[in-house]
Design a protein around this ligand. Structure first.
Ligand code: SAH
Length: 213
């Protein structure tokens, strides 16, 4: 596990690319500037780690494109100490961004292999999310609700009700909704029963799977 000056230089260039694409949040940009993304991927893909691209990881899943991670993270408007729930731990890269933003992170992954690997890896890197669990993200994590924000990192065919109900009043849910392509959707909880909804463009994710097969 090595992080060198060469990697740091490439990260800086990636940050410049994200700024050009419209990312403004200083906290998000500085997290991306700091986190060694190449260590979250198989070493044979190392050369691709700082391109603005999604990439394959274990269990047929992907590490999201840096722009997507930045876009979603910015929408969450994380403040230090916020309780944030992530659905789809995957490689743990997004989890690390949330930790860098000072969030108390809870994350759910449904692939056992990834769950185990990422749990070990994040702790090796020194990241301390509050809880990483193996389970079904459609149900959220009732035990630690309500959350200041919830981020879904896989394409959801519909908006799972438990995720809306586990938000604080004023809380934000960022979820890509759709089957083949997804519309990035932001829900802000205005009161017990009212949600403001904003649609923020098209993205492409691996699917949020419903049943373990
Ligand atoms: N945040 C991740 C993105 C991984 S891709 C990263 O930065 O690397 C989406 C992840 O969602 C995959 O790891 C996939 O296994 C997981 N996933 C799919 N359906 C799920 C579900 N129902 N509950 C929890 N995780 C799920």
């Amino acid at each position: 596990m090595k992080d060198t000056l060469r990697h740091a230089g490439k990260r800086k260039q990636l940050v410049e690319v994200l700024i050009k694409k419209g990312i403004k949040d200083e906290g998000v940009l500085s997290a991306i500037n700091k986190i060694p993304r190449h260590l979250f991927m198989d070493s044979s893909f190392e050369d691709h780690a700082y391109q603005d691209k999604a990439f394959p990881i274990a269990a047929d899943q992907t590490i999201s494109q840096p722009y997507t991670v930045a876009f979603q993270s910015e929408l969450l408007q994380v403040e230090k100490g916020d309780q944030v729930l992530e659905i789809g731990t995957g490689s743990g890269y997004q989890t690390a961004v949330l930790c860098e933003l000072g969030a108390k992170v809870y994350s759910i992954e449904r692939q056992q292999e990834l769950f185990k690997k990422t749990k070990l890896f994040l702790s090796k890197l020194g990241y301390r999310p509050k809880r990483l669990t193996f389970g079904d993200g459609y149900k959220g994590m009732e035990e630690f609700a309500p959350y200041d924000s919830i981020i879904v990192t896989a394409g959801a065919p519909f908006v799972p009700k438990p995720l809306l109900s586990q938000l604080k009043i004023g809380g934000r849910l960022v979820i890509p909704v759709g089957k083949k392509n997804q519309i990035m959707t932001l829900f802000i909880r205005k009161s017990e029963n009212e949600f403001e909804k904003r649609e923020l463009g098209e993205f492409r994710f691996v699917p949020l799977l419903e049943d373990k097969n």
